[in-house]
Design a protein around this ligand. Structure first.
Ligand code: IDP
Ligand code: MG
Length: 140
């Protein structure tokens, strides 16, 4: 019953897609355990995406992720990590399945609307990057 981190990226907030994305989370049976609106600094974004440092898209990704507010969410429920990734769809929207968020809304491989942790280890680290324990609804 691990929690995962979800983000509505700056393109999703700018395009007023937050409500539609939350509806998809609610309809899927996943549980919202925490949520806030934040604006990343350059340093924050570099730290959050440190694993991608040195890749050709890194600087552009940092620019994009700091270009406006984001909505960060703690998403729980059985199999939350895999189920949230499934709801998001593949990184490249052209390769994402129908009815996924990225297939429906993303405009490019970079501006792909949402983020989701990819393993239990990254989920734990990414949730605590944004949330203190007392900002997360307890399980049960
Ligand atoms: P993920 O978000 O599906 O886990 P990652 O490979 O972890 O995908 O990449 C992190 C983010 O970096 C992506 O969501 C996307 O915004 C951006 N990104 C990944 N690959 C590319 C690329 O080839 N060009 C531009 N941006 C990319
Ligand atoms: Mg990733």
């Amino acid at each position: 019953m691990a929690n995962t981190l979800g983000i509505v990226k700056p393109d999703g907030v700018r395009r007023k897609l937050v409500g539609k994305i939350i509806t998809k989370i609610e309809n899927s049976g996943l549980i919202l355990r925490g949520m806030k609106v934040v604006r990343l600094s350059k340093e924050d974004a570099k730290e959050f995406y440190a694993i991608h440092e040195g890749k050709p898209f890194f600087n552009s990704l940092v620019e994009f992720m700091t270009s406006g507010p984001i909505v960060v969410m703690v998403i729980g429920g059985h199999g939350s990590i895999e189920r949230w990734r499934e709801l998001m769809g593949a990184t490249d929207p052209a390769k994402a399945k129908y009815n996924t968020i990225r297939r429906e809304y993303a405009t490019s491989v970079e501006k792909n609307i949402v983020h989701g942790s990819d393993s239990e280890t990254t989920a734990r680290a990414e949730v605590s990057f944004f949330f203190n324990e007392d900002e997360i609804l307890p399980k049960g």
